[in-house]
Design a protein around this ligand. Structure first.
Ligand code: FES
Length: 84
């Protein structure tokens, strides 16, 4: 099981983290990953303070440079690699 945490803190919410949750859920459905990926919300993981984009972790590893615009592409790439 691959664990994805998405920050639902206020700085990330303002930058579109709820849209990222929707995009991720759509991606999981499209790819048939429902049994392979667990999505959880997280409190602030300091990505905002470190200016590295939205707070997203995959199996505990912080993913840098994620925005609401590129999230789908990055998550597709990272999750495909994590599941390979
Ligand atoms: S509010 Fe999301 S990392 Fe800080």
């Amino acid at each position: 099981m691959v664990n994805v945490e998405i920050c639902i803190g206020s700085a990330c919410y303002v930058k579109g983290s709820s849209q990222v949750v929707n995009d991720l859920n759509a991606l999981i459905k499209e790819k048939g990953w429902e049994d392979k990926i667990a999505v959880k919300g997280s409190f602030c993981m300091k990505a905002c303070q470190n200016h590295i984009g939205l707070g997203i972790r995959i199996n505990g590893r912080q993913i840098e440079g994620v925005t609401a615009q590129n999230a789908r592409e990055i998550l597709d790439r990272e999750l495909s690699a994590a599941l390979a």
